[in-house]
Ligand binder design. Structure first.
Ligand code: CFN
Ligand code: HCA
Length: 540
């Protein structure tokens, strides 16, 4: 590894000299060499330099597509040009499974106001009202959400006023609310997550106290979005263990589950980046503690189950969890052993979103592969460096005051919470509440960590290190493959999945084994191998 350290350091310097001075200086702060014992400071969650080709998406995508998108019985109307609705329509492969014919599923529809030039000039609120009327007449949903796109913010349409107006006009207890999630609001999707979390808390969580299912072992899973069927596999595992999953935010979810989520005893946070705000608000308002879990990778899934069993502390659950792990690990072990014959020693690079560049490293480790470079598109410093969260939260001015919920909803009367002493004892026994270790603690010493990777940097990483697999998204896929390196999409899994849980790990082992064993990639020549190319230097 030592030679790699020096090499990677040199690589970093070389990249910096290719940018204009100011840009190079800025980018240098977002490119660091990993030291797991003492993670260095990294610049993250800052604006991408204009002109750089980024992997990032927008605030609207983070709010509408990511957090609210996977809930099947809410009608999500995009107020904006048709392209925004169209491009956030099912490409993420978030799946859902209605339980019976009375259960609505609107995910397969794309609802948009399709605003035109005349709406930009004269305003689009009337068109939005009409869209809500039509959606209601056709589908009779009990909940409708409106999502603002960039032009809507620029012309000043008030989606919240329209929501209030239409709630009154339609009546009958329909819930309609809007999100000011214009694409330009933040530096990435991340701002959209925060806006969505506030909206969930303000408009849905805690609205319905009716207990469904048994009172035993009630948990919520936060930050799981059922990509490629991940939630189905996790639901299978929880059910097998006898763990009662009240709500998932938001894979395979329904509005009723969100409304009931405050009746759970423990919140588990899977994707910290997109949902930590809900975990913290629920802790403050309802006293529900949260722990970070990571059910991507077989051993981390087992670790999650053991944490849940430890939390409830009942022998019945502890034994059942051990039985399930032992049973599931037989097939996992065989599949892993088989795959490792071809995957051991291979190199991976992961540049995905705000948590998967970290989570998928467990699976690569199980395959005996090394991640030599990784980073997030829109992670914050805590996602890299880790943090201990002190539950003292600040909520955006336009979201509802959470004290209001604290006084009106006392969920503890339904499901007795652990006392302070019990929580302290659990902590003394290794249960980490409000704790998130971040990506850098897990990366090999000397590996490169790059935030908001640019296209140029990606080209150079590939040219120099030629990884056996590069993990990213659709925008990178074909550029990378033209360089003779297979790209595995870790956003929508291409056509694969599930990859979560035990069965998911097996699917992943097999898919990666196939990818790194395919001989076709050797036949492809990258542009720099087959073409004369001219290098230019920026003079300023
Ligand atoms: S499903 Fe999640 S796991 S929610 Fe987030 S940070 Fe995106 S849509 Mo793409 S795949 Fe990705 Fe994460 Fe959380 Fe997905 S790594 S970029 S906004 N993401
Ligand atoms: C988004 C969604 C996305 C895009 C993936 C990609 C997803 O950010 O709007 O770029 O391939 O997972 O679908 O992250």
């Amino acid at each position: 590894m030592d030679s790699l350290v020096t090499e990677l350091q040199e690589f970093r310097k070389e990249i910096m000299t290719k940018y204009p001075k100011k840009v190079g200086k800025k980018r240098a702060k977002s490119i660091v060499v990993s030291n797991p014992d003492n993670p260095p400071e990294i610049q993250a969650n800052v604006r991408t330099v204009p002109g750089i080709i980024t992997q990032r998406g927008c605030t609207y995508a983070g709010c509408k597509g990511v957090v609210l998108g996977p809930t099947r019985d809410i009608i999500n109307i995009t107020h904006g040009p048709i392209g925004c609705g169209f491009y956030s329509w099912l490409t993420r492969r978030n799946q859902t499974l209605p339980v019976d014919e009375n259960d609505s599923n609107f995910i397969t529809y794309c609802f948009s106001t399709d605003i035109q030039d005349s709406n930009i000039v004269f305003g689009g609120e009337e068109k939005l009202k009409q869209a809500i009327r039509e959606a209601y007449e056709l589908f009779h949903p009990h909940t409708i959400a409106i999502f603002s796109t960039c032009p809507v913010g620029l012309i000043g349409d008030d989606v919240h006023r329209v929501a209030r107006h239409m709630m009154e006009e339609i009546g009958g207890g329909i819930n309609i609310f809007g999100f000011s999630c214009e694409g330009y609001r933040g530096v990435s999707q991340s701002a959209g997550h925060h806006i969505a979390n506030n909206g969930l808390f303000k408009n849905l969580i805690g609205r319905n106290d009716e207990i469904r299912g048994s009172l035993e072992y009630r948990v919520n899973l936060l930050g799981e979005y059922n990509i490629g069927g991940d939630a189905f596999e996790l639901e299978r595992i929880f059910e097998k263990c006898g763990i009662n999953l009240v709500a998932t935010f938001s894979g395979n979810s329904t509005i009723q589950k969100f409304e009931n989520a405050h009746t759970a005893d423990l919140n588990m946070v899977m994707c910290h980046r997109s949902i930590n705000y809900v975990a913290e608000m629920m802790e403050t308002a309802f006293g529900i503690p949260w722990i970070k879990v990571q059910p991507i990778g077989a051993s981390s899934t087992a670790k999650m189950l053991r944490k849940i069993a430890q939390y409830f502390g009942e022998k019945k659950l502890v034994d059942r969890v051990e039985e399930v792990i032992a049973e599931e690990m037989v097939e996992v072990g065989e599949a892993c052993k088989e795959a490792r014959k071809h995957t051991t020693g291979k190199l991976a690079m992961l540049f995905v979103g705000g948590s998967r560049a970290h989570h998928y490293q467990d699976l690569f480790e199980e395959l005996g592969m090394t991640t030599i470079a990784a980073g997030y598109e829109f992670g914050h410093r805590d996602d890299y460096e880790g943090r201990r969260v002190i539950p003292n939260i600040q909520i955006d001015a336009d979201s509802r005051n959470i004290e209001e919920i604290t006084v009106t909803k006392d969920a503890t009367r339904y499901n007795p919470r652990k006392t302070e002493e019990e929580l302290k004892e659990l902590e003394a026994n290794g249960m980490e509440f409000n704790e998130y270790h971040g990506l850098m603690k897990q990366m090999e010493r000397g590996a490169l960590v790059i935030d908001d990777l640019s296209h140029y940097e990606m080209d150079k990483l590939i040219e120099r290190y030629h990884p056996d697999v590069f993990c990213a998204g659709i925008k990178e896929k074909f550029c990378v493959q033209k360089m003779g390196v297979p790209l595995k999409q870790l956003h929508n899994y291409d056509s694969g999945g599930p990859y979560a849980g035990f069965k998911g790990a097996i699917n992943f082992y097999r898919d990666i084994e196939m990818i790194v064993s395919a001989s076709i990639w050797k036949e492809l020549k990258a542009p720099w191998e087959s073409e004369v190319h001219i290098e230019a230097t920026f003079v300023y």
